[in-house]
Design a protein around this ligand. Structure first.
Ligand code: IPE
Ligand code: IPE
Ligand code: MG
Length: 250
């Protein structure tokens, strides 16, 4: 199924966001503030992911997308990168059965070819095992970059029609890594920075942005509720005027 595009037509506006996309940031600072190694913040961050998944299930969110490792995070010290990889493996080992039992579909998107072959296999197996689940789709973006995504989509599109020189938006979007999901309604970034850091560049075109000072390990159901409450105050105009919207409602 292909989802509608916010630029090609005005989408339906859900009262509770159908798709929430999160940059979980601030793990390192959370740990440093407590005189702990940065990795302790990442470990605690896994608990916050689990809590956020539970809260999303409870809230009836259909798609939860989490930025776990960016295409630029390889620039970090080797020790931190390998610990993050290990954490990813343990989290998969520990959580997939529970996700499956809760009717959660797991997807992992990004350039996975750069990962250890064992981790790649675990990802494929977890995705296969949960692919028929329908309550919530949890997407982990790993070695993901918004520019990588757009470029890989362009390359696939051109490969399908090598004879053509121009294409439309509707021809490109089915090749994006997250074509199975609607565009995010709500974007959350924790940790106080107000930037996109090469997350879902194409898909965030009309997403409501929410920035929180909370460090990711402290994020919980209450913090998610605050973000949803902020979303519910927004007027999503998609290019139209406020007057046009109120006329439509009456
Ligand atoms: C986010 O926390 C987790 C990853 C990027 C993997 P950080 O590790 O970026 O934490 P800060 O921003 O340094 O506090
Ligand atoms: C963004 O956080 C990437 C992830 C959360 C995975 P970063 O901490 O890497 O972003 P910058 O470097 O502050 O922009
Ligand atoms: Mg950071």
């Amino acid at each position: 199924m292909t989802h509608s595009s916010s630029t090609l037509s005005v989408p339906a506006i859900p009262a509770v966001p159908r798709h929430v996309a999160i940059i979980m940031d601030g793990n390192g600072r959370w740990a440093t503030k407590r005189f702990l190694p940065r990795v302790a913040g990442h470990a605690k961050g896994v608990d916050a992911v689990r809590n956020t998944i539970e809260a999303s299930l409870y809230r009836g969110i259909e798609y939860l997308t989490i930025f776990a490792f960016s295409s630029e995070n390889w620039r970090r010290p080797t020790d931190e990168v390998s610990l993050l990889m290990r954490l990813f493996v343990t989290a998969l080992e520990r959580e997939v059965a529970k996700m499956h039992a809760n009717n959660i579909r797991l997807k992992v998107v990004g350039d996975l070819s750069k990962f250890d072959i064992k981790l790649q296999e675990m990802i494929v197996n977890a995705e296969r095992r949960t692919e028929g689940n329908t309550k919530l789709t949890v997407t982990i973006c790993a070695n993901y970059g918004g520019r990588w995504d757009v470029m890989q989509a362009i390359n696939k599109m051109i490969a399908l029609h090598p004879e053509r020189t121009t294409f439309t938006e509707a021809e490109l979007s089915p090749h994006l890594a997250m074509a199975y999901a609607p565009e995010p309604d709500l974007f959350i970034r924790t940790g106080g920075e107000e930037r996109i850091s090469n997350f879902l560049l194409w898909q965030l075109a009309y997403t409501e942005l929410y920035f929180s000072e909370i460090y990711w390990p402290d994020f919980n159901a209450e913090a998610l509720e605050a973000a949803i409450a902020s979303y519910q105050q927004r007027e999503r105009r998609f290019g139209r005027t406020s007057a046009q919207l109120s006329k439509q409602e009456s």
